[in-house]
Ligand binder design. Structure first.
Ligand SMILES: [Mn+2]
Length: 308
């Protein structure tokens, strides 16, 4: 379907819940809240459903006052797979009417889908959708969308960044979005606990595949008392090492391990994660593994050695 058709469909709906994935990141939060703000503007009841409220995104949550209404329609944003709703939002599985996403590996079951894999962020799609809905950009929407686009591109450094990404960011600046504040919040600020965590991570870093792969991990003990926002972004650490083509981050969660894979030089992180039932983008993907830490790392090591 075209984006115009997406807009026409949404205009017919009301009482809309916008669904995000678990461990919500800047793109899903920024995109979802920008869409909610636009829907409110055109007289719709809308709210965003999130599994939690990461502290550092407080400025986004503050922009939207949740409305009271009985939800009738469900739109997912930046969600590649219904499994990613997590335990809290499990009840939404199978209910999505419209799925808006930019993940190549999108597997969401929905009667209406708009997946644009060339978009660097779901925020780029929402940016183009807003005028088609008859809504107007404002500063709050611009702040949400800048957060979406800047975070999914690592502040415009990742290879998914296109001329269109830069043009949209420039337009958002014209609309008065607070780029300096958002950049400082998202990319230049670390809590002391976070720095402490990085110290431990680097102490335990493992190389394999002749140094072409680096694996880091966090245990629940290491991250106890830290918010998801404070552990976010550690996945980019191993890929920064010279000669490393694949950086793997293993995060112990309550019942399983969340694996993030970041690659250089066109190594397909998505194909790597597909082996374990996950997916994502060529340079950044994820999956979930069960077992104990030792065996999880061993499994990843073996797979990396095979690929590299
Ligand atoms: Mn995204």
């Amino acid at each position: 379907m075209t984006l115009n058709e997406v807009a026409k469909l949404i205009i017919k709906l009301n009482n809309i819940e916008i669904l995000t994935h678990n461990y919500p990141d800047g793109d899903c939060l920024g995109s979802a809240f920008a869409l909610a703000l636009a829907l409110k503007q055109i007289g719709k009841n809308a709210r965003v459903i999130t599994t939690d409220k990461p502290k550092n995104f407080g400025y986004i949550f503050d922009k939207y006052e949740s409305a009271e209404f009985e939800a009738e329609h469900f739109i997912s944003v930046d969600v590649a797979d219904e499994k990613l709703f997590g335990e809290v939002n499990k009840s939404y599985e199978g209910k999505i009417e419209l799925c808006i996403d930019h993940h190549k590996s999108n597997r969401v079951n929905a009667p209406y889908k708009y997946v644009e894999e060339n978009a660097a962020a779901a925020g780029e799609i929402i940016f183009e959708l807003i005028p088609l809905l008859g809504a107007k950009y404002d500063k709050d929407i611009a702040d949400c969308l800048y957060t979406a686009i800047s975070t999914d591109t690592g502040c415009f450094r990742y290879t998914n960044t296109t001329p269109r990404t830069m043009r949209i960011a420039a337009e958002l600046m014209d609309l008065g979005c607070d780029t300096a504040f958002i950049n400082k919040e998202m990319f230049e600020t670390k809590t002391k606990a976070r720095v402490e965590l990085e110290k431990q991570i680097l102490e335990n870093l493992i190389y394999c595949a002749d140094g072409k792969c680096a694996i880091i991990y966090t245990t629940r003990e290491m991250t106890a008392g830290l918010g998801d926002d404070e552990t976010e972004g550690i996945a980019s650490i191993p890929r920064q090492i010279e000669g490393v083509l694949m950086g793997i981050t293993v995060r112990e969660k309550e019942n399983d391990y969340k694996i993030s894979v970041r690659t250089n030089s066109g190594i397909d992180a998505c194909a790597f994660c597909n082996r374990f039932g996950g997916g994502g983008h060529v340079a950044a993907s994820g999956c979930t593994l069960k077992g104990d830490l030792k065996s999880v790392i061993e499994t990843l090591k073996n797979a990396a050695e095979e690929v590299l």
